[in-house]
Design a protein around this ligand. Sequence first.
Ligand code: ADP
Length: 635
Amino acid sequence: MTKKQHNFAAETGRILELLTHSIYSNKEIFLRELISNASDAIDKARLKALTDTSFLGDDTNFEIKVEIDKEAKTLSISDNGIGMTQEEMHEHLGTIAKSGTKEFVEKLEKAKEGGDHNLIGQFGVGFYSAFMVAESVDVISRSALDTKAHKWTSDGKSGYQLEETKKDSRGTQVILHLSEGNHELFEDWKVRELIKKYSNYVGVPIMMLENDTRSDEEKIKEPKEVTFEQVNETKPIWKKSKTSIKQEEYKDFYQSVSMDFNAPLGHIHSSIEWNVSYSTLLYIPQETNAFSDMRDPNKEYGPKLYVQNVLILEHAKELLPVWLRFVSGVVETTDLPLNISREMLQSNKTLDTIKKSLVKKIVSELKKLRVKDAEAYGKFFQNYGSILKEGVYYEQEMKDDIAGILEFDTLLGDKRVSLDEYLESQAWDDKTIYYISGKSRSEVLASPYLAQFLETKTDVLLLTDAIDEWMLGVFDEYKTIKLKSVTANDVKLKEETEEEKKKAETTGKQFKDMLELVKNTIGTDKIEKVELNTNLWDALWALKTPDGAMNPQMEKMMKAMGQSVPETKRILELNPNNKLVKAMKKEFKEDIKSKKLADLTHYAYMQAILLEGGELENIADFVGMTNKFAGEYLK
Ligand code: ADP
């Protein structure tokens, strides 16, 4: 095969352009990226060797070699992992296949204009980071499944060349021809420092030639064979004792498993020997991970699963429920057979037992973290709270525990509170958790139903997260205390006096016929009943959903999910103290068939729908009527 020139895929070209021209200060992460690729390739070979050792030959000691050649001005990283075929080199080194790359390129371009060069470090650009320090890169690789080897060469500009070459052993060698200004990388101590700093725990020995510090003269006088020695530590961090690990090391390991380059909120490090034995190091994030959208429930998630030192799964979904998809880390167990298949993992008792215990641990850790540092927890909750709420929905057995670590905005307070804090702050004996749900804070705060709560200084949870409605569908009780919507029929925060009762009765009688007319005018298919409510501030009237029926937000959500939704009749409440209502009653008395009264009824009904976050059947009607009234006003 001759040397052939190939072009990079469009986005790859753009990333390379940005990388090579960036004045990014943290160039040194290239080594972490290349070593991580080498280690992944070795993990793949190890995994394959579980079922078939024939491809290993004598080459059974997995290791990564890092070599400096001062004369040739190169730094090379070699592994005896799975290797790449020619097609794989095209596919993996000619395109950046990662999801989110397009968004990343756009962010990177913007950041470049703004001078924020930190972004590269936040996104593993992987192999291509080599071009931050090299003017050209050769990759020589032989796949475990192929007898031929291939060489990929590129200067990171327009494209790359690919040709057949010779390589005796399986694996990949990446050779960096270092560019000017990176001469520090020819120093043995520097490279060792970088390996220790970024790649100490990769789990594969990283070898470098023994450093012979004697003078050249001495070396000639007394030649001795230099051998490779291990530079990193290979005892995995999760198997070390907690007391021997520094906070910084925990953070470094977090960054390597999560692709999140911020510090985590906290971690759980434990070793269990009970009916199953496992050790784990799990992390809870704090900031959002710009390149891994946790909101997506279909994303890959779950800790790495190791069985007896072998990485079996990169993301073991079997070990964590979907509502803890933001948790990353490692689980290692000796209680699974090494040759376990993907199918067997899916319904495995050992994994189920571990999963149950992990979920409990994480929830109790979150509770502790909230007490320890409320502000940090608040940030975490801001970013991941709505995912956590899915847990209340899915995990019926633990719903109170999970609900206990949620935070809510409230009507009276200015910071988010937990349900327990909410309950503690309430003065009355008969405990109820009141909430109002809607699209946004401003929308719910405009609800006339809050009038009696403000008046009696009774706090209300403001549920404006899209998932809240969904959660409420199964969550109507917290530690046996009822959750109740402020629009519920039996919400009465203060006892009526005899006098008030009498007055209400009389008003009721006065309005009875008009309420009937209003109901018929709007339509009995839409309205279940029309009643009076004196607790509506100065609002004209308000709509509410009968207890137990589906409210408009829920309806909308179900419709968006493609479900058919039964029509729910609503309850309309009129405020007899409102000026306009009084005027309507007067009109009603004078002329039962008044066209004006009918118009106003329709109009106010539409307003009530809008106010409660619903959608109008016919916006043109509403606009037409508004203009008509506006015309009257101008007269
Ligand atoms: P990532 O590692 O995040 O997938 P990279 O750009 O670093 O992204 O690498 C792209 C792909 O190239 C890898 O997924 C892998 O398939 C392949 N690759 C890179 N380095 C090696 C290596 N040393 N051995 C085998 N395959 C490799």
